[in-house]
Write a protein of this length. Sequence first.
Length: 342
Amino acid sequence: MAEITAKLVKELREKSGAGVMDAKKALVETDGDMEKAIEFLREKGMAKAAKKADRVAAEGLTGVYVDGNVAAVVEVNSETDFVAKNAQFVELVKATAKVVAENKPANNEEALALVMPSGETMEKEYVNATATIGEKISFRRFQVVEKTDAQHFGAYQHNGGRIGVISVIEGGDDALAKQISMHIAAMKPTVLSYKDLEAEFVADQLAQMNHKIDQDNEARAMVDKPALPHLQYGSKAQLTDEVVAKAEEDIKAELAAEGKPEKIWDKIIPGKMNRFMLDNTKVDQEFTLLAQVYIMDDSKTVEQYMESVDASVVTFVRYEVGEGIEKQESDFAAEVAAQING
């Protein structure tokens, strides 16, 4: 058997984001094979998409602008949060969102060629801003969203512009659309419905949830509490007609074993089936907008609430400053040493 060294454990932790003991266990199980260990961690839900402790997210602001039936969300990055509050920077972000909404560029290259209110191209405007503000200012991304005359935009920015949201709804009104955008800002859905989730993503998230249950059960065992069961499914996409039919049969068998008279089963089964659906769609509830409990009415999901007011969500965009971007935190002492030695 290969020797499981501290260096090997450290390397696996850096690649997977797993904890020390989980990384060591994976290497033991796979006889020190790094690729197999990573796969082991992924399957067991031990690998995390956690950010490294020595990395920090980019700063900046989102910009949101609505122009008739067209809206735009943009993200502009700065190096520090201090500069993100600079008046010139704030105006640059607003102007960028407006120009993008009005011109609907296809990509960043086209966007940077657009003419800003100053008469300069966006690219030149950002070069000038970098020079005058004193740190690098960059145009990161944008999305243009369009709607019909009958639909409604919900435009919302949160936390001083660190989060920007545009939603489109059918039915309802602008106020409802804005409430949906506020929910999106707070609850961080990544897609509209379970149909938008990849099967592998659902499997990975379910594995991570079950790993968390295993950890909780270790703590529960220490105080003689009963173990929590694993989640069998995570998404409505996994709940086929056969799975749902079997769940209902299992509930009937349970009621029969408890001696409940059949004449009252019809009153009990719907509630238990609702519980089954809730327990087996945890991934949907975390990542999909329609399955989340609506923050304005916690007795309903977003989908149920929208149906109750004869409306529906068509699409949404949510930008949060720095998501998906990491930059190396500078090691000042190392930099000074390198300059002295160089």
